[in-house]
Design a protein around this ligand. Structure first.
Ligand code: DAH
Length: 337
């Protein structure tokens, strides 16, 4: 039996598998139920008792050696992803270079406030059709926003545009037909505007939409009031001015007391003590109908704000172009924000 073991040891030490299949065959030959090792273990029963201890150890060593040979050779055939499977990608990074962009910081902070109120984040495409950006939102056919002067068109008839507002995500979510709805939709929007300190052709908005039974203007006011206290600090005042949007009725714009002069009057608030931060209103029954929601049963509110505008007020930035220039002297100021 010792001779047999030594012969096997010599064989396996020189074994080189040419491929995965050959290696598997090797495993079957030696370690399967009908393999060489099983045969040896049954021979072992005839070994006289005084030799058993020594033979037992030899057999176990042999089995371990075979296993080692298999494991060693398996490495040759692992694909890159398999061989990296021991990497723990969730481990924290030791040193992080760079920092978040101020617009991302502001977006995340706003998202967090609304998430705590039970809103979930929704998304929609930046390249949209006329229906989702305009028609479903009750824009009349001759509305100026439908003009190429104001909107970037990808194709004309059928009209495909770069979305001019995140209100299109309202339609995308309502279409899914799951009620109630409580979403916020942050994202990039595009308008055909000349670039200046106060305007840009690309900017960011956050849309909010809440649809359920018995949603009222009081719910809208309370939600936005809560947001303002959380984001701009307790004691910040809010006021609502009547306004017009095709997709809301009643519509309003919301101002907050100027967080720079505290309402005393300064350049930022043009000496009024108030700054406008968003548009909002009760969803027009027409848009609910366009998305197959029964306006007799459900009501809702919506709001939309510009992230750049909120960031400018929060950090007292007076030129919108700063956000897009990637000037490190600007970005580095937000490293610890
Ligand atoms: N979509 C509007 C804009 O881009 C902002 C807005 C106003 C969104 C009122 C709303 C809303 O949801 O109710 O100017």
């Amino acid at each position: 039996m010792i001779d047999k073991i030594e012969k096997i040891l010599a064989d396996i030490k020189t074994f080189q598998a040419e491929n995965k299949e050959a290696l598997e065959q090797f495993r079957i030959d030696y370690l399967s139920k009908k393999g060489v090792m099983t045969g040896l273990f049954s021979d072992f029963k005839q070994v006289p008792p005084e030799l058993r201890k020594e033979m037992g150890m030899l057999l176990n060593d042999l089995k371990n050696t075979i296993q080692e040979v298999i494991e060693e050779q398996q490495k040759k055939f692992l694909t890159t992803t398999e061989s990296k499977k021991d990497l723990d990608l969730s481990l924290p990074v030791h040193a992080m270079n760079g920092s978040r962009h101020p617009l991302s910081i502001v977006r995340n902070e706003i998202n967090d406030i609304f998430k705590r109120l039970g809103f979930v984040v929704a998304e929609g495409p930046e390249i949209e059709d006329d229906f989702h950006v305009f028609s479903a939102l009750n824009f009349p056919p001759d509305h100026p926003a439908r003009d190429m002067q104001d909107t970037f068109f990808v194709t004309k008839s059928p009209d495909v545009v770069l979305r001019t507002h995140t209100s299109s995500v309202q339609v995308r979510v309502m279409e899914q037909g799951k009620l109630p709805i409580r979403i916020i939709a942050p994202g990039r929007v595009f308008r055909n505007e000349a670039i200046s300190a106060r305007a840009h052709c690309i900017f960011h908005q956050i849309e909010g939409l809440y649809i359920d039974k018995n949603v009222s203007f009081a719910d809208l006011k309370q939600t936005l009031y809560h947001f303002v206290q959380e984001y701009f600090g307790e004691g910040t005042k809010v006021r609502f001015r009547p306004s017009y949007f095709p997709f809301t009725e009643t519509s309003a714009e919301m101002d907050i007391s100027c967080n720079i002069c505290g309402g005393e009057g300064c350049n930022i608030c043009k000496h009024t003590g108030w700054v406008e931060i968003l548009g909002c209103g009760i969803c027009d029954p027409n848009i609910l109908k366009a998305c197959n929601i029964d306006p007799e049963e459900y009501t809702g509110f919506a709001f939309g704000m510009g992230i750049e505008r909120i960031a400018m007020l929060k950090y007292q930035i007076n030129d919108l172009r700063m956000f897009f220039e990637n000037d490190l002297r600007f970005l580095k100021q937000f490293e610890n924000a």
